[in-house]
Design a protein around this ligand. Structure first.
Ligand code: PAF
Length: 280
């Protein structure tokens, strides 16, 4: 496995090895890899002739400076895991490699900016959009792999691909969970042992809410119940629990009949912000 830090070096290497008869899969990450990332990489390896994983903690997408500073950085460990999963190339630029000058471009994802992650993390999707577009330009993948856990990010990247006509296929893979249901996330390693025991409440809440909606309870009642459940848990601070259309991510007042309802949650557990969702 080869490691590149300079975008120009990776680009010229890929120009040599990625011809029209080979397919290239890209897995964009911010490192601190876990089994969820490795599942995506294994799928990319199975579906492509060549694979690139990017590891870049993108400052543009952090609206909270403390979150950026505390984001785990584990490059050596990440590279060893990627190599074992069959990855061919790792792209791990510094912020200076990636942004010689701070980008001034502002992307507007319309209504996606006004709900859930868009509403609670101003500027976040602008940063995601800019870095993902840059990665697509540098790597020019045939397929790009993203996890369903970041459902709204998937919707944003889909818009980016459509609006800017990137010639690639977006592959979205199911959320990988710990045995107790907690969605795998790089942030989980920042939970202390007590918080780690409490964290599965998020997935339990989503699963229970789904059952209640399927049993005919109204969206308003289910939302109220979730708010009450979290109010009883002082360790958590609930940012949002939303019942939304899984494609547009806009809130819905009743579940959709075509299997496209998404239940989405974001909550802070101590100093760690966790998100999760289920679709049905
Ligand atoms: O999901 C992530 O890890 C990041 O948002 C991404 C897509 C790598 C962009 O920095």
């Amino acid at each position: 496995m080869l490691l590149f830090t300079a975008p120009a070096d990776l680009k010229s290497h890929l120009e040599e090895i990625h011809g029209p008869k080979t397919t290239l899969g890209l897995l964009p990450t911010m490192g601190a890899l876990h089994n969820g990332h490795l599942e995506l990489m294994r799928r990319a390896v199975a579906e492509n002739d060549l694979t690139v994983a990017s590891i870049f903690v993108n400052p543009l997408q952090f609206n909270n400076p403390d979150d950026l500073t505390k984001y785990p950085r584990t490059l050596d460990e990440d590279c060893a895991m990627l190599e074992a999963a069959g990855c061919d190339l790792v792209f791990a630029p510094s912020a200076e490699d990636m942004y010689a000058q701070p980008p001034t471009l502002k992307l507007d994802f319309g209504q996606l900016e006004h709900v859930m992650e868009g509403a609670f993390r101003p500027g976040h999707f602008n940063g995601v959009g800019i870095v993902v577009a840059r990665l697509f330009h540098i790597v020019q993948p045939d397929r790009a792999y993203f996890g369903q856990k970041d459902l709204q990010q998937v919707a944003v990247v889909r818009r980016l691909v459509e609006d800017l006509a990137f010639p690639l296929e977006l592959v979205v893979c199911p959320t990988v969970r710990e045995a107790d249901g907690l969605a795998m996330s790089s942030r989980n390693r920042r939970l202390n042992p007590q918080e780690r025991v409490l964290a599965p409440l998020i997935f339990r809440t989503l699963s229970e809410a789904k059952e209640r909606l399927l049993a005919g309870q109204t969206v308003a009642d289910v939302k109220q119940r979730v708010r009450e459940q979290f109010a009883r848990q002082p360790e958590f601070s609930l940012e949002y629990f939303e019942v939304a259309d899984a494609r547009s991510l806009q809130p819905v007042a009743a579940t959709l009949s075509d299997g496209q309802t998404a239940l989405c949650i974001a909550a802070n557990l101590g100093a760690v912000r966790l998100i999760d969702n289920v679709l049905f």
